[in-house]
Design a protein around this ligand. Sequence first.
Ligand code: FMN
Length: 192
Amino acid sequence: MAKIKWRSGTLLAPLPPALVSCSDGERDNLITVGWTGIICSDPAKTYISLRPERYSYEIIKKTGEFVINVPSSHIIRSIDFCGVRSGRSVDKFKECRLTKETATEVKCPMVAESPISLECRVTDVIPLGTHDMFMADIVAVNVDERYVDEKGKLRIEQCSLATYAHGTYFALGKKIGSFGYSVKKKSTKKRK
Ligand SMILES: Cc1cc2nc3c(=O)[nH]c(=O)nc-3n(C[C@H](O)[C@H](O)[C@H](O)COP(=O)(O)O)c2cc1C
């Protein structure tokens, strides 16, 4: 079987359909963002790429702050809604009945229904073409305590994470390995 060559495009999958919150101090807004990722570990840095015509673009450009709320399948309908309706004409928090939580470092709210919320402060805005890339420092990470065990470990498999691939949302399912498992020595302990 050979691969078919298509013209240049954005077919990288899966991606997180991140629910990004922002606020101009008077109105809080939500926007779904697929063009996001981690670009540095230390300092922890991320980016979101936004089209200048988005209502959220204006807000984030002005305030330099946003929160990335990691998507869970429990709120996937709201995530889709926030990606097809503009905050110019609808209060998306209200319409989706999502709960605002006060962030610790930035002035925009986090989404309580998301298991992980990353507070971000913009460091650079890079015009790229259709989208401008907002590079940002991750200034705080907030994890829902329900998913942290007694040893302080995040049980991410319990977070019902959702993902986005080629226009479709999926619920993450089966665990198939963990970091470095391919080279890990097998335990020599004898079973009783
Ligand atoms: C799954 C999904 C991913 C999206 N990714 C992006 C993105 O990365 N950048 C962007 O500018 N718009 C993206 N959008 C579109 C915006 O979320 C959409 O235009 C939204 O209504 C803008 O809201 P606002 O005008 O309130 O800011 C995406 C939409 C969906 C459904």
